[in-house]
Design a binder for this molecule. Sequence first.
Ligand SMILES: [Zn+2]
Length: 249
Amino acid sequence: MPQPSKREIRCDVCGQNFPSRAVIPASLIRGPVTALIREQHANWTDDSHICLPDLNRYRTDYIEKSLIEERGELSDLERQVVDSLREHEILTENLNQDYDQQVTVGEHIADIVASFGGSWTFIICFGIVMSLWITINSVALFTRPFDPFPFILLNLVLSCLAAIQAPVIMMSQNRQESKDRLRAEHDYRVNLKAELEIRHLHSKLDLLLTHQWQRLLDIQQLQTDLLEEIVEQRSPKSQRREKNPPTGS
Ligand SMILES: [Zn+2]
């Protein structure tokens, strides 16, 4: 193994000797890159040195590794979004449609009767029929009316109508009530889902802020280091050294 001369330092990664300005001590290298070097060179300590070509290679490796990891995390996020979208679709089903499918014929008729009984159409029709009935039986006094004053048959008809209408309206109300209860449960489920979804979003944001932001910062620091090295190599001092190389080299 070649022994390093006075102005040369041995690189502990490739084992070759380099001029002192082409070798970097371990203390000046950023943590994540140090970890990557230690993965492949277990005996690389804080007192070791590394040559610039090796260091640049490890820097590139680190950036590539981070980008690949980031892509993996992004596809994980995408998968989670797709999953949650699918679940959300199941939750926000059309409740009215489902409920209307289970309705029996009797309940359907009760609904129609109740909605007609509670409309202005019913009141107007009812008023017209009553006035016709009373008019016919009052004006036709000269003949023999079918329901003379005080209209006992009309009273009977009205009582029958009221007796039938009350249970029909109650039936329809019960149905409406159970529908409302279902809707309330469904709203609760959707709210719960939304809350979980928001919590999920928070954790995603945290992940972005901590992991990926930290990684981006690391990459940026590496780039800054590289730029500084380039500036140092291009500085007038080192250029002069290149133009007038010291004797003996
Ligand atoms: Zn080396």
